[in-house]
Design a protein around this ligand. Structure first.
Ligand code: F6P
Length: 373
């Protein structure tokens, strides 16, 4: 009987996904004679049994392509939209599809949501392995995720370009970067591009402190400032409101817990996009003109960087070895230059934030970058 594996991509797309699909698929085919089935549009395609056979020709010529040749979606395996009033747990149907194809393993490429979904499938007996992709770099258990290096490169170049126009017009240029609830992207690109202020969710900012740092630069002869702000960055006041909601949610049970969860989601939604307000406030406090640039999905597009291609390729190749060894229920994680299978139950549901003693933060402080605190 032919040995066969399945692959799917889930969550926001990210550069390096195709490099990983290629590496898993080619390694499985060449080293172990396995056939490869690709499910379309993430868990939705798995549930609907929408798939393509990925032969060696299909896996050629995709290393440098951005996005994912398989398509993706943000579905949750226990809360699938079936057009009914309530979302449904569709894991048994997904398991049936996996069994129908006689898959030895299902490889799920994704971020923190995918880690949770993968664990849930593993718990009902699907032989899952997950690979860490996301431009946010927030997957716990791995040093780094593929997609992050490319996005950091794009954002760095964008901030570099903002420097000359900021300088010419003596303006504050506020640039918003993605990153969801963590600051890896804003911090990495901010430091790499020499931003004057870097605001990340891990360090709630005091607007007065940010304005004073800009005023101090002006007094020292620099009439412009570049402010790199993570989309999840919050002021100290908002951070206090959020922390209160989180602690009340943790203490609550049943309906109250659900209501507090919704309040928290609403709060987070309302606070995304606060960058224009931040820029106006800084203008008011400093007397300098400000402009806003939201980098948005540009950060996720296009060809992966060499570092992301290498990472996706080595993790993908190791995945084929783990499948051959019968290892399931793991994240295939990067640990330094080596690869390790980390049990999904240890990392699913956890978010890797920027540690407050991270060397990038320490370097930024030494160089006089304002972190808003
Ligand atoms: O998780 C990747 C990411 O790009 C986040 O940085 C961002 O908050 C989110 O996805 C945007 O999601 P969508 O593409 O669904 O708008």
């Amino acid at each position: 009987m032919a040995r066969r594996i399945g692959i799917l991509t889930s969550g926001g797309d990210s550069p390096g996904l195709n490099a990983a699909i290629r590496a898993v698929g080619k390694s499985a085919q060449r080293a172990y004679g396995m056939e490869v089935v690709g499910f379309l549009d993430g868990y939705v395609g798995l549930m609907q049994n929408r798939f393509v056979h990925l032969g060696s020709d299909d896996l050629s010529g995709i290393l440098t392509r951005g996005g994912t040749i398989l398509g993706t979606s943000r579905a949750k395996v226990t809360r699938m939209d079936m057009g009914e009033e309530k979302p449904k747990d569709m894991r048994s149907l997904m398991k049936e599809v996996v069994e129908q194809h006689e898959l030895e393993a299902l490889v799920c490429l994704g971020g923190d949501g995918t880690m949770r979904n993968s664990l849930k499938l593993y718990e009902v007996g699907v032989p899952v392995l997950a690979l860490p992709k996301t431009i946010d770099n927030d997957v716990a258990g791995t040093d780094v995720t593929f997609g992050f290096d490319t996005a950091m490169g794009i954002a760095t170049e964008a901030i570099d370009r903002l420097h000359s126009t900021a300088h010419s017009h003596h303006r504050i240029m506020v640039v918003e970067l993605m990153g969801h609830t963590v600051g890896w992207l804003a911090l990495g690109a901010g430091v790499a591009a020499g931003a004057d202020v870097i605001l990340i969710p891990e360090i709630p900012y005091d607007i007065e402190a940010v304005a004073s740092s800009i005023a101090a630069r002006r007094a020292a002869g620099s009439s412009f400032s570049i402010v790199a702000v993570a989309e999840g960055a919050v002021s100290t006041e908002d951070a206090a409101v959020r922390a209160d909601l989180v602690s009340r949610r943790e203490a609550a049970t049943g309906k109250e817990r659900k209501a507090l969860k919704r309040r928290l989601e609403e709060f987070d939604r309302e606070h995304v996009g606060g960058t224009s307000a931040l820029a106006s406030e800084l203008s008011g406090l400093t007397g300098l003109e400000s402009r806003v640039t939201i980098l948005g999905h540009v950060q996720r597009g296009g060809t992966p960087s060499p570092a992301d291609r290498l990472l996706a390729t080595r993790l993908g190749a190791a995945t084929a070895d783990y499948i051959n060894e019968g290892i399931h229920g793991v994240l295939v994680a990067a640990r330094g230059e080596t690869t390790e299978p980390v049990p999904l139950k240890e990392i699913a549901g956890k978010v890797k934030s920027v540690p407050l003693d991270h060397p990038w933060l320490m370097a930024a402080r030494h160089l006089g970058v304002s972190l808003g605190d």
